[in-house]
Design a protein around this ligand. Structure first.
Ligand SMILES: *Cc1c(COP(=O)(O)O)cnc(C)c1O
Length: 381
């Protein structure tokens, strides 16, 4: 039998042991170990999860609607409440796409869509820095795959030129805003690349961008004007949307095919209708969160400017890395910042490359410029 205690001890000795931190939330603050800190590690990018006005208004409506707190079934059996199809229709309309399909989480989406669509005759070309859930989806699909260097479209172009003709189809998989560097993919370039081939589809995960970017908050695809040209446009509701779940915008055919073949959709209980109603409530309001998007844009630019040469130059979003290099120095700095009231976390290898240990700041619309200036005065530059 495996000695799991020993394995845990080995992890601890190497500094890689993970644990569940005991934290309490006070709107935009985190309380931990008796200390109150401004949360700079939040995915609540628009500050909506912390908004009691929205929550209370929604809860009043929910009580009237009578929607239950569980669907008690997969959508393919008895769990398909009309609220799912209403949200899917609204989203397809707003994005100007043929169809939308909802999932229980981004992890479900990314581990379900690729295995349903790809097989041994599909080649998957994925950016080196895609999220773990996309990697797992690729591995589950059993399709052959290659990783191209991060945002290196020249290398991607070479791979396509050399290999696309050997496969029935190719799927290019990437993200729009990348989670560790906060940089942004050139989706238009990817669209023009894939259009050179009749058998290439583009798969883009907008988990960090939906809600935050684009005039109506529809993501980088909206900002770059290519919503209609991304075959498989994925996003999640657990971050800026302050809810839970994920969506795919695609063709009617792909939607129907996934309903027939996608295992996490078929074999898992659908999200509670009340949760879908909350997502729908916020999706209806999404275009109105201009002030929040503008505030986030302003503070993100400020932090990036203050971290020029230390990671700020890499980012083009509200996720800003502060690269320190060595593990110990990085951990010590994060602890110092926490003592001084800023809840931020160190990110180390293997999550990021050796020698680039960093503090990853993730801003929300609830953080103001004064907080950024105070934070900045504590950073070694
Ligand atoms: C957070 C995240 C996911 C996972 O979404 P969940 O809804 O939390 O499961 C998937 N992809 C990316 C890029 C993410 O950042």
């Amino acid at each position: 039998m495996k000695d799991y205690n020993k394995l845990l001890n080995d992890l601890k000795a190497s500094g890689g042991l993970r644990h569940l931190p005991e934290v309490a939330h006070q709107s935009i603050y985190i309380e931990k170990g008796g200390q109150t800190m401004l949360n700079l590690s939040s995915n609540d990018y628009l500050g909506l999860a912390a908004r009691l006005d929205l929550r209370n208004n929604f809860l009043d409506r929910l009580r009237e609607s009578g929607l239950p707190l569980s669907s008690t079934s997969s959508r393919l059996l008895t769990g398909n409440y009309s609220i799912y199809t209403e949200l899917e229709q609204d989203m397809a309309d707003r994005f100007g796409r043929e169809a939308c399909l909802l999932f229980n989480s981004g992890y479900h989406a990314n581990t379900g869509i690729l295995p349903a669509l790809a097989d041994k005759r599909t080649l998957i070309l994925a950016d080196k820095l895609v999220h773990a859930s996309i990697i797992d989806g690729i591995l589950l699909s059993n399709a052959p795959f290659r990783r191209f260097r991060h945002n290196d479209y020249g290398q991607l172009e070479q791979l396509l030129g050399k290999e696309a003709a050997d496969y029935e189809q190719v799927i290019i998989a990437t993200e729009s805003i990348f989670s560790m560097d906060g940089d942004v993919g050139d989706l238009r370039r990817l669209v023009s690349l894939k259009k050179q081939y009749p058998n290439v589809m583009l798969y883009v995960d907008e988990a960090h961008a939906i809600g935050v970017r684009g005039n109506n908050g529809l993501g980088i695809a909206e900002e770059q004007g290519c919503i209609k040209e991304i075959d498989l446009l994925v996003g999640t509701f657990g971050k800026a949307f302050a809810s839970m779940g994920a969506y795919l915008l695609c063709s009617d055919t792909i939607r129907q095919y996934l309903i027939n073949t996608m295992r996490p959709l078929i074999f898992s209980t659908a999200l509670p209708p009340a949760q879908i109603a909350w997502t729908k409530y916020l999706f209806d309001l999404l275009p109105s969160f201009d002030k929040e998007r503008e505030q986030l844009r302003t503070t993100s630019r400020l932090l990036r400017e203050q971290l020029q040469g230390h990671g700020g130059e890499i980012s083009d979003s509200h996720i800003v890395p502060y690269i320190i290099g060595e593990n110990d120095a990085c951990i010590a700095k994060a602890e110092e910042l926490q003592r001084k009231g800023f809840y931020c976390l160190p990110v180390r290898p293997p999550t990021v490359p050796q020698g680039t240990s960093r503090i990853r700041f993730s801003l929300t619309a609830a953080v103001d410029a004064e907080a950024i200036n105070n934070l900045s005065s504590l950073l070694n530059k």
